[in-house]
Design a protein around this ligand. Structure first.
Ligand SMILES: Cc1cc2nc3c(=O)[nH]c(=O)nc-3n(C[C@H](O)[C@H](O)[C@H](O)COP(=O)(O)OP(=O)(O)OC[C@H]3O[C@@H](n4cnc5c(N)ncnc54)[C@H](O)[C@@H]3O)c2cc1C
Length: 365
């Protein structure tokens, strides 16, 4: 199992099958999970518990499910192969189906294929985060926003943490800086590749139009390397995101890029007004897997969610918290996977524009 899981995770990290596919086990049949190994069964159970958390928070939790748009015919074929792969490996029937061409206006040569297990959960991450912060606060945690850590050293029985507001002593330290890992943590900075992800939100659409463009209100993601992901909001806007640029860029520029992308996907929205735009960093790793564990200097870490940190981060945050609280807590299999870097990488991803160019070439083939 220790070797199977990294393999499975690599598969899930590969194009077209996001990590969330692994987490979809929890929706369908947790009892079936032991068939792919005890550790994953535990993971699936823990993930199910983590998945219950958003329901308890005021974060517009729903289960509309997602729709994966196969960008070309080759991908549609790979979908079928992956459906079989997942069904055989997990022993859980995968409820995937082809959905022909839809919506009509998708870029000319693409086909759409739907795969979903049971309806995947969706919620508003900012509200989820605020809800978690509220819970932590009620449980007695003291939160210190806007307090950057400048450096950490070992000190008697723990760590001395130097922040912009002064120095504190901590018995335990968890580094969870993901796509914002900076100079304060050079060893981790060399292991995660920060990449911008960008979102725009349109003006309100006519509800009938919104319903036609995104049937069933599903979350939609495509299978390009330079992907788009989008959904309808509760107030009938189109929320549209994507890897607008591999090189760091401004929100203004990404807004233009994504507006042009919306026009490609939905030509009838060519003149739609964009009312909101923002960006944030995600963190990729060299093996496309998330990593967590205890560093040799005693600090704990959890990062590298490769753009899928909402479910993964919740689950692994739960696991690393248990590991910090007790030496007896079982480490999830991710903890045994070496956290790699490359000799040419010091934390400045100079190669991203090249990678972006290459991925665009692949998407064009
Ligand atoms: C536009 C966009 C869309 C996304 N869509 C999805 C999605 O659909 N599904 C999904 O699963 N994931 C999605 N993600 C990814 C998801 O948001 C991240 O994976 C998740 O936020 C990671 O959580 P985290 O707590 O590990 O890190 P973050 O939420 O990035 O938090 C890291 C924190 O560390 C702080 N920090 C950094 N350095 C220091 C320091 N020296 N001192 C103190 N604090 C520091 C930062 O200020 C930051 O608050 C998206 C991300 C973006 C930007």
């Amino acid at each position: 199992m220790d070797t199977l899981l990294p393999f499975l995770l690599r598969q899930s990290a590969a194009k077209n099958v996001p990590y969330s596919a692994l987490f979809n086990f929890r929706h369908s049949n947790v009892e079936g999970a032991p068939q792919i190994g005890t550790q994953t069964a535990l993971g699936a159970l823990a993930a199910r518990d983590a998945a219950n958390l958003p329901q308890a928070l005021d974060c517009e939790y729903g289960r509309v499910g997602h729709f994966t748009a196969a960008f070309n015919r080759g991908t549609t074929i790979r979908f079928s192969a992956k459906r079989s792969f997942w069904s055989i490996v997990s022993g859980i029937p995968q409820d995937w189906s082809r959905a022909g061409r839809s919506p009509r206006s998708w870029e000319a040569r693409s086909t759409m294929a739907e795969y979903s297990t049971n309806p995947a959960p969706d919620f508003i991450p900012a509200k989820y985060f605020a809800g978690l912060a509220r819970l932590a606060s009620h449980a007695g945690a003291t939160l210190h926003p806007y307090t950057a850590v400048m450096g950490i050293q070992r000190a008697a029985g723990g760590f001395s943490v130097r922040t912009i507001r002064g120095e504190i002593w901590a018995r335990d330290v968890l580094i969870a800086t993901n796509g914002y890992t900076g100079d304060a943590f050079p060893e981790f900075q060399r292991r995660v590749i920060p990449m911008g992800s960008y979102i725009v939100v349109t003006e309100r659409l006519d509800p009938a139009v919104a319903n036609r463009l995104i049937p069933k209100g599903r979350m939609i993601i495509d299978t390009k390397h330079v992907l788009y992901y989008f959904r309808r909001t509760a107030d009938d806007r189109l929320l549209f995101g994507g890897r607008a640029s591999f090189a760091p860029t401004s929100v203004e520029r990404s807004r233009e890029i994504l507006q042009a992308a919306i026009a490609k996907v939905y030509p009838e929205l060519t003149r739609v007004r964009i009312e909101y735009a923002w960006k944030g960093n995600v963190a990729f790793t060299f093996d496309l897997l998330p990593h967590l564990g205890r560093h040799h200097n005693g600090m704990h870490y959890a990062m590298g969610f490769c753009g899928h940190g909402v479910a993964m981060g919740s689950y692994l945050g739960n696991r690393i918290g248990a590991m910090i609280a007790s030496d007896e807590a079982p480490a999830p299999p991710f903890a045994s996977i070496p956290f790699q870097t490359r000799f040419f990488y010091r934390g400045r991803p100079w190669f991203l524009p090249l990678a972006g160019w290459w991925y665009r070439v692949l998407d064009a083939l």
